[in-house]
Design a protein around this ligand. Structure first.
Ligand code: GLU
Length: 432
């Protein structure tokens, strides 16, 4: 059943593979040299479990996907007031490299465009470029749960060609926004853009955001929930630059893209997504990255405006009611991430039982995705020589379209346990 989600991701990737629209970034030779067909897709659940497919192990440079993380670091180190004094939070509706500031405050409009990102670097306290950068690399690595590295060739090229960013930094200095030497700050910014990641790293980093600042595998707190809340807010409104409105309507997740071909998207409380596909649209977003995120959002019901309730701690209890008969009591709302968690538990434990009973009388609501996944669970259990029963007095989980679902759905736990006894030991003699 983990297999079910895996197959689904493989299918999404296959659907989008043929799309060759867009062009590689070519402002530096390293970006123009990558494989245009690469498509990596990773999904990291709130407990750190990762599904990945395609070129998910291919490293590419993080580029502007770095911006929310450096902004978070600035918030973490000097606090909101200090950051707000230098960087706004209003969508600019402009391209990422627009040479612009707010008319009145002279501060960059938000931290997701280059002007704001350069200002954010200047807010990281440090005695030298190396000192600032070390903190950045360490912070990103903590989000990803592994030590990240820098692509030195990309860094050298960024540094050699970054006239526009230089113009931005000097403009900010003239307005009194930049603390420090513009060239030193730019050096750090170019290095931060050149950090290598994979789509799986981006998924993990997004999940750390989705978990309110806790890296899921180690359980380590990287930054505070308040920092994450602010960072995700700015990602929602400004992360996709002048395509932010379209993105929020169609995909509905805080996200950030980069010209290296990466996109990171976080669904608070539930999961993180990372995509890598280097062919870009006119606005600098990965063409297939955007399309894949759209599909995931629609098909798995991930739009954050449709997820208004907690959906993580879905398994309330699990216990053996009889030898070979395990009961899983679910509660809350069953959406993609909750259903995935239930199915993965059942798959991992399925050698320990003959019958799994899902007690769903305390489930308030279930969406179409979770219903499809539960239907898949029954098929999986049958194929594994096991049985899957549901206790569903309110018919919340009626498995529409699934043949013989009536035979495995019961009104009470006792009814399901009786049926399980038959299944485990065969019907009593009087019934034979
Ligand atoms: N290094 C690029 C720049 O600062 C990043 C742009 C992007 O990824 O959107 O121009």
């Amino acid at each position: 059943m983990a297999q079910l989600v895996q197959e689904y991701l493989d299918q999404i990737r296959a659907e989008h593979l043929a799309n060759t629209d867009g062009a590689l970034a070519d402002y530096i030779p390293e970006l123009a040299r990558v494989d245009p067909d690469a498509l990596g897709l990773s999904l990291c659940l709130a407990d750190g479990y990762v599904y990945e497919c395609g070129d998910s192990a291919t490293e590419f440079t993080i580029q502007s996907v770095s911006k929310p993380f450096t902004y978070a670091l600035a918030l973490d180190r000097i606090g909101r007031q200090g950051v707000d004094a230098k960087i706004g939070v209003e969508p600019s509706g402009e391209a990422f490299n627009e040479i612009s500031v707010d008319k009145n405050t002279k501060a960059p409009k938000n931290p997701m465009i280059n002007a704001g990102a350069v200002a954010a670097v200047s807010l990281i306290p440090g005695v030298s470029a190396d000192h600032r950068f070390d903190q950045i690399l360490e912070f990103y690595s903590a989000f990803a749960g592994r030590r990240l590295s820098v692509d030195l060739d990309v860094y050298a090229s960024e540094k050699a060609t970054g006239s526009r960013n230089r113009a931005i930094a000097y403009m900010l200095q003239s307005f009194g926004v930049l603390d420090g030497d513009p060239d030193e700050i730019l050096d750090v910014y170019f290095r931060q853009c050149s950090i290598n990641v994979t789509s799986t790293d981006l998924a993990r980093m997004a999940t750390t955001l989705a978990r309110g600042g806790v890296e899921p595998r180690s359980g380590r707190r990287v930054t505070s929930a308040a920092v994450v809340q602010r960072t995700l807010s700015v990602m929602v409104t400004c992360g996709m630059y002048d395509a932010a409105g379209d993105w929020v309507s169609a995909v509905g997740m805080p996200a950030k893209s980069g010209v290296g071909g990466g996109i990171t998207a976080a669904l608070p409380g539930q999961l993180g997504i990372g995509v890598y596909s280097p062919l870009l649209d006119a606005k600098g977003h990965s063409v297939r990255g955007v399309e894949v995120c759209r599909s995931l959002s629609v098909n798995l019901g991930l739009h954050f405006m449709s997820v208004t309730r907690e959906s993580r701690s879905t398994v309330r209890a699990s216990y053996d009611a009889r030898p070979g008969v395990r009961v899983y009591e679910l509660h809350g709302d069953l959406l993609f991430a909750g259903a995935e968690q239930v199915l993965r538990n059942i798959e991992q434990e399925c050698s320990e039982f003959d019958v799994a009973i899902l007690e769903v009388s305390r489930v308030d609501d279930i969406d179409a995705t979770a219903r499809r996944m539960l239907a898949g669970m029954r098929e999986f259990l049958t194929a594994a020589g096991k049985k899957g029963f549901l206790v569903d007095p309110d018919d919340t989980l009626r498995l529409a379209g699934v043949p013989d679902s009536r035979a495995t759905v019961f009104a009470t736990l006792d009814d399901a346990l009786n049926a399980a006894d038959h299944a485990v030991s065969g019907p009593p003699a009087s019934d034979r």
